[in-house]
Design a protein around this ligand. Sequence first.
Ligand SMILES: Nc1ncnc2c1ncn2[C@@H]1O[C@H](COP(=O)(O)OP(=O)(O)OP(=O)(O)O)[C@@H](O)[C@H]1O
Ligand SMILES: [Mg+2]
Length: 836
Amino acid sequence: MIQTTPMVKQYLEIKSQNKDSIIFFRLGDFYEMFYEDAELASRELELTLTGRGQGDNRMPMCGIPHHAAESYIARLVSKGYKVAICEQVEDPALAKGLVKREIVKIYTPGTTIESSMLSQKTNNYLLAVSYEKNRFGVSYIDASTGEFKITEIDDPQTLFDEINRINPSEILFSDMWQENVPEYFALRISRFKDNYDVQAASDKLKNHFKVVSLASFGIETFTVGLSSAVYILNYLEETQKTALKHVNKIVPYRINQYMFIDSQTRKNLELVQTARDKSFKGSLLWVLDHCSTNMGSRLLRNWLLMPLMDVDELNSRYDAVEELKNDTILRAELVEKLKRVFDIERLTSKVASSSANAKDLIALKESLNEIPGIKMLTKKFTSLLLSQISLISDLPEVKEIINSSITENPPFQIKDGGLIKDGYNAELDELRKITRGGKSWIAELENTERLKTGIKSLKVGFNRIFGYYIEVTTANLPQVPQDYIRKQTLTNCERYITPELKEKETLVLNADEKTKELECNLFCGIRSKIAEFTAAMQATSHFLAMLDVLISLAESAAFGKYCRPKVLPKGDNLDCCLWVSGSRHPVVEKSIGEHNFVANNVEMNSESRFLLITGPNMAGKSTFMKQTALIFIMAQMGSFIPAEKGELPIVDRIFTRIGAMDDIFSGQSTFMLEMTETANILNNATEKSFIVLDEIGRGTSTFDGMSIAAAVAEYIHNNIKAKTMFATHYHEITQLADKHPGMKNLNVAVKESGDHITFLHKIVDGPADRSYGIQVARLAGLPNEVVSRAKEIYATLEMVENDLGEKSSKLKEVSALKKIRRSKNTQEDTGQVSLF
Ligand SMILES: Nc1ncnc2c1ncn2[C@@H]1O[C@H](COP(=O)(O)OP(=O)(O)OP(=O)(O)O)[C@@H](O)[C@H]1O
Ligand SMILES: [Mg+2]
């Protein structure tokens, strides 16, 4: 082993207590990493790996200057690592022997609150899962905003779907759950030791929130959930090492309080990012987000991912959007004000966790200054949500504290001075007087010495090593007075000091030092005073974010010519009724232009709750189905919908099985994946769900595929009774509508002239008569030779098919497919092979 110096011993001890973190070990002006941490960090950060010692004793190390640390930490944390900052916690000048060092903070992906490490428009969640007797407790927090939620879940599938929706950056998982956490959570997962004890958990939470009973939050009946909340708090304490004042409430929720959107559907419908390149542009959120503040953007995203199920709540959102939509001028004035509001939500958390700087306080003050104006503008609104805005506080106490103390343009660093206004603190004013006095004496010195000595080129300067000096060029050396003391000789000049100059210098530098220290202390005091208003600031930020979201929805409604949906109250006979006229796909419409998009009507009722949609490739089947799903989601998040008029039932879940997007990472074949997803839909959809099935059964042989598709369609129609849109290229399937009362055929019209087809994108009643696949292939630029050969083969196949149809008892019933397949197979062996 290595010859251990005391410092290495100190390092190894600290490392042994923080094995899963990369240790940033403070040495003078650097943070150094050693051994495996150094190897890892040099790889991840492209730093030069150096080392101390030789052979077996060699200790790999690498380092970064302490002032540049934040960007390196951010890079490591974004890659999922934990970084522990180990500082010197005593003054090296006063230390006896080795300087004491301690971990002062641990940065982890799920706990960061530094703005430079966070994405401004999304939340950053830390999530914990506890487990006991087949029940999961789930809590999650955004430490940068203080949002803290808790729920309990009964089965693993729902748990994983919920985790997926929350999309945390870091997960703490109970070690009581023995099974693996699915690997698709490619992020930091730590196991924690779960000592399940409801009483202890409850005590800890009561203690943290300073409440007598958990009933204050409505979580008194929770059991396993409480442990997950406690693990979150423990973890935050362990890593932040500071008070968690902004974590002052916990909000319970039920999974079925919101429309359930599984992760596949979120991807397929491109709600927050596109499926292909994961970009924001092209997603539904891209169309809807006109927020002026980052807190608004975050809330809008949450509304989108958690659509509501309650008609009254939705109507209040529509009421507000409607009022705002109708008043363009007022809306523009509000936007102008909101654009000057900073992220009060995150600023509050920074204040409460003592990490705000003086610039943050100024940003807070400037934001609060906008509130009276905003309240004035919203006064005339009568809707419930907007009238709440007039009740928010602009926190005059906070403004006053900041106004009286913090300079208008302070530096970033709180240790650099220049933060506190003159007149705020007598001691500070006194120190500043001394500094200013000393500095002006020194500034005057150049003049007086020039006059005294007659050296016109005499200069007074300052450098960090010698402090203040008087500089005289070589030519003038004979005139230098006796009392000058030589300090430094340069090529063309000599530098001197005088006792008086040094005296003033000490005074100035001491006072400067003291000023900075005092300013820093005063600032921390001011920040703590403001932290007492945390809850009120959070409430204010919440209402402003809500206003911002409502305005944003009104803007999209106005730009996009959206209409207010009518959501139908619960009632069994209405659950399958849907009626939307002039419906459009919000994203495609925005991309190709309003005038190029063909609007369509959608109607579903007890005779058409299952729509079978056929039509040529490229006709617009998938677009039509997706837009209907998006309309449900938009309606249930409180948005207006891209249509002329619409009445919709509340849906509890949306499922989509769309296209064969190969997922090479899941290790499943395309077909296997398709069937797994279909199984999930069949097992979880209810009568109140909306299902989109786009060409299922495509990934296998025609007859297997067709049989599966038909059976799935029948099962949904007969057993689940969910509203369903089912697109298929298997024309035989259209016959299912004859036998099933809730099924109806639709197709997408095309105009055919000779070999050419024009897409009309218009949905019409009835099944499509043929599929035009070959024409579309030609449009795509397949070589002419291939296209004509395909036509020949098609003609031959058609003959075989007709022949077969006559021989067997007609292809009317899909239930007969199996039989036909057998006979077809024998044909294939003999007849079909010879075709090619
Ligand atoms: N209503 C519409 N108005 C204008 N353009 C549309 C409309 N619907 C679809 N399109 C355009 O047609 C393209 C193809 O649509 P879509 O993918 O929905 O076709 P499809 O019928 O599902 O085809 P396939 O059978 O090959 O899957 C879309 O990308 C869009 O640009
Ligand atoms: Mg399609």
